[in-house]
Design a protein around this ligand. Sequence first.
Ligand SMILES: C[S@@+](CC[C@H](N)C(=O)[O-])C[C@H]1O[C@@H](n2cnc3c(N)ncnc32)[C@H](O)[C@@H]1O
Length: 301
Amino acid sequence: MNTEEHQRLFIHRGTFPVRGVSFGTMFKPAEYSANDQLARRETSDFIQEYSNEIGQMSGRCLDIGCGPCDLVVDSLLPVLNPKATVVCSDISKPMLDYAKEKYGANDRLSFLQLDIESPTLAEDLVEQFDHVTSFYCLHWCEDMRQAFENIFDLLRPGGSGFLTFVSDFPCMDAYKVLAAIPRYQRYMTDADRFIPVFQHAERPRESLKMLLEKVGFEVCHCSSRERIYIYETPDAFAKFMACVNPFIHRMPSDLQREYRIDLDIEARKHTFIVNKDRNNDYSILSRRHTFVVYLKKPLVH
Ligand SMILES: C[S@@+](CC[C@H](N)C(=O)[O-])C[C@H]1O[C@@H](n2cnc3c(N)ncnc32)[C@H](O)[C@@H]1O
C-alpha cells in the first residue's frame, strides 16, 4: 500500500458534522427489517460456512451493529455454542429500541448502545468479551483503524472475531452523483464518508489484512467474495437501496419521494436487467464484494 492509498483508507476524511443525530436515524428499523432479506441470506451462508469456528464461540459475545437483531436471533444464536450469550450493540438508539421490543424476552440477549468507531471507548468495556461478531456494519465506519483498535480492545486475549462487511458495492457510487444535484446537496454534504472505504482501493483484501495485522490481530482468514444479488422486481431493488440510504430521512417528505426515484435511476446504472419475460417484467442483478474475516486476539501481545 503506498502512502496516498494509506491516507485515503485510514485517515479521517473530514469530521462528520452531525454524527449522533444522523446515525440515530440512519435506518428505519422496520423498513430495514422488511427489505434486507438478500443481505441476510448472504450473511447466513457465511455463518454456515464458518459454523465450526462460530460453534466454538462460548461465553460473552458482542455483536456490533446488530440492527433489528433478526440475524442474531435467526442465524447466529442457533450456531453459537449453546452456552454463549450475546450483547447486541448498535450506534442507533431507534434500532436498539426496536430490537429490544422484538427480542427483549430472549434471556441469551442483552443490549448496548455503542459506536464502534468512537475514539473514547468506555473503560468498563475493555477486554469484557470472549468473542465478537459483526455483519454488514463495518463499512459504515470512516476510520477503520479506530474501529478495529476498538474491537481489539473489547476482546479478551485469546478471543476471536467473525466479521463480514461490504468491500465494494458499485451502486453506492450513486451517492456522489446525487450529492452534486443542488436540491439534494445540503442533505448530502458528507456523502463521501458513506461510500465504503475500500470501494476504490487497489488491493482491498491485502490492505485490510495489513491493517488488521498492524492492529495486532492474528488473521486466520480474510477474503473478498464477489456476490451477485438478484432482486426479483425493480421495486424490490429500489426498496433495498432506500432502506440502506443514510440521507433520505434528513429530507422533507416531498423531496424524499423525488430522491427515491433519482436514487433508483442512478443506482440502476450499476446493475443489469435479467429474466425479462413476455410481459416486460424483469429482475435486477447487482454485484458487490463482501469481506469475510475470521481473526484472533493473541494471548500475549
Ligand atoms: C445494514 S445494518 C446491519 C444489521 C445487522 N447486522 C444485519 O446484518 O442484519 C447496519 C447497522 O450498523 C449500525 N452501525 C452503523 N455504524 C455503526 C457504528 N459506528 N457503531 C455501531 N453500529 C453502527 C447501524 O445503525 C445499523 O443498525
